[in-house]
Design a binder for this molecule. Structure first.
Ligand SMILES: *[C@@H]1O[C@H](CO)[C@@H](O)[C@H](O)[C@H]1NC(C)=O
Ligand SMILES: *[C@@H]1O[C@H](CO)[C@@H](O)[C@H](O)[C@H]1NC(C)=O
Ligand SMILES: *[C@@H]1O[C@H](CO)[C@@H](O)[C@H](O)[C@H]1NC(C)=O
Ligand SMILES: *[C@@H]1O[C@H](CO)[C@@H](O)[C@H](O)[C@H]1NC(C)=O
Ligand SMILES: *[C@@H]1O[C@H](CO)[C@@H](O)[C@H](O)[C@H]1NC(C)=O
Ligand SMILES: *[C@@H]1O[C@H](CO)[C@@H](O)[C@H](O)[C@H]1NC(C)=O
Length: 331
């Protein structure tokens, strides 16, 4: 009798898996079930997003959890890459930083929207003089990045922030910019970024050597608000979406994705529909504003050794043409 039930149960599981694969059109490689140390009661969204073809895993949890990050890293191959694409040689830094966090949940426990409509708000000057604030605030999930302010720019960019990606050199240090409803996501590019997070959360002395710009000396976010992005997401952005080579010629600095493209990659993994605002990559007018805040101009971005702007332009053009995303800043 018991064997019977087990057999029925197993075939049901198998059938579900096959149906799931057909539904999503995924390559059938078997991914062992992941023991979730997360309180995720969200119903999976069964509708297939337009950009699904770009993804390798459709229910990838984007934040690292202290309890199982090493296991997840070996499962997804992140133990074979160094930062910013994996945890190899930095696992101890990850462990230290994660030990200071209180949660690795994606959405809060009252969340019950299975299919999320998201907007990724870039910091581009194209947002100037466009009154998109109300429109942006109407999305389920609003993803912003770095120190793109909401304060004083509500008409242009809205008030709500669900997620904000940051790194030590780009994070706000003025507490007026903290919104308690925001989840702040550390995008670690180097081991020092994790060490910095540990130091600011421990309250010890902060070593500011080795950063390309002075990092924040205090963190306006509380531990419950902070997550660490799984480097798998950055690796997907670089290799699958931007098609960066795995090895750069010796005379060239390796290129890495901008936070904007990383934010879009994150959105692809957690949203059902993705719209973009504030993304513009046209450098023909070097005097036009780079951001919707401050006075920087396009000329600043043009000479960037760390990013490949051409590859990002091509990627954005491609996903817009395929209608995978919608450009909200379109005139
Ligand atoms: C925005 O509007 C102001 C006032 O109407 C104008 O002076 C400014 O040039 C505009 N900026 C852009 C980027 O269009
Ligand atoms: C935070 O969320 C609560 C509950 O949804 C809401 O009442 C409050 O206005 C939000 N605060 C901000 C600053 O958005
Ligand atoms: C960039 O903008 C200029 C003028 O603003 C326009 O002539 C040119 O076609 C644009 N380039 C691209 C690639 O969109
Ligand atoms: C931008 O320029 C204006 C006028 O030149 C100046 O008043 C303002 O302080 C500058 N803002 C920043 C953030 O530098
Ligand atoms: C940037 O990306 C483009 C398009 O993928 C490629 O042709 C070019 O060689 C890359 N440039 C650098 C400096 O990596
Ligand atoms: C979105 O539309 C605006 C206005 O036409 C344009 O300037 C901007 O380059 C577009 N963004 C992208 C990523 O194509």
């Amino acid at each position: 009798m018991r064997g019977y039930l087990v057999a029925i149960f197993l075939s049901a599981v198998f059938l579900y898996y096959v149906l799931h694969c057909i539904l999503w059109g995924t390559n059938i490689y078997w991914v062992p079930p992941v023991e979730m140390k997360r309180r995720n009661k969200i119903q999976p969204c069964l509708a297939k997003p337009a950009f699904a073809s770009l993804l390798r895993f459709h229910q990838f949890h984007p934040f690292l959890c202290a309890a199982d990050f090493k296991k997840i890293a070996s499962l997804y191959g992140s133990d074979k890459f160094d930062l910013p694409y994996g945890i190899r040689t930095s696992a101890e830094y990850f462990r230290l930083a994660l030990s200071k966090l209180q949660s690795c949940d994606l959405f809060d426990e009252f969340d019950n929207v299975p299919c999320k409509k998201c907007v990724v708000v870039g910091n581009g000057g194209v947002l100037k003089n466009k009154t998109l604030g109300e429109k942006i605030d109407s999305y389920d999930v609003i993803i912003r990045m770095n120190n793109g302010p909401v304060l004083g720019h509500e008409e242009e960019v809205g008030r709500r922030t669900t997620f904000r990606l940051f790194y030590p050199e780009s994070v706000f240090s003025d507490p007026n910019h903290n919104d308690p409803n925001t989840t702040a996501i550390l995008t670690a590019f180097k081991p020092l970024d994790l060490k910095w997070l540990w130091e600011v959360l421990t309250g010890g002395k902060i070593n500011t050597n080795g950063f390309w710009k002075k990092p924040a000396l205090n963190l306006i976010y509380k531990p419950y608000q902070i997550r660490i992005l799984d480097p798998f997401i950055i690796r997907m952005a670089a290799y699958e979406l931007l098609h960066f080579p795995k090895v750069f010629p010796k005379n060239q600095k390796p290129k890495h994705p901008t936070t904007g493209i990383i934010a879009i990659t994150l959105a692809f993994h957690i949203c059902h529909e993705v719209h973009l605002a504030g993304f513009k990559y046209n450098f023909s007018d070097l005097k036009s504003p780079l951001h919707y805040y401050g006075n920087a101009t396009m000329s600043l971005m043009n000479k960037n050794a760390y990013h490949n702007v051409t590859a990002e332009q091509l990627f954005l053009k491609d996903i817009l043409e395929k209608n995978f995303v919608i450009n909200l800043t379109e005139d």
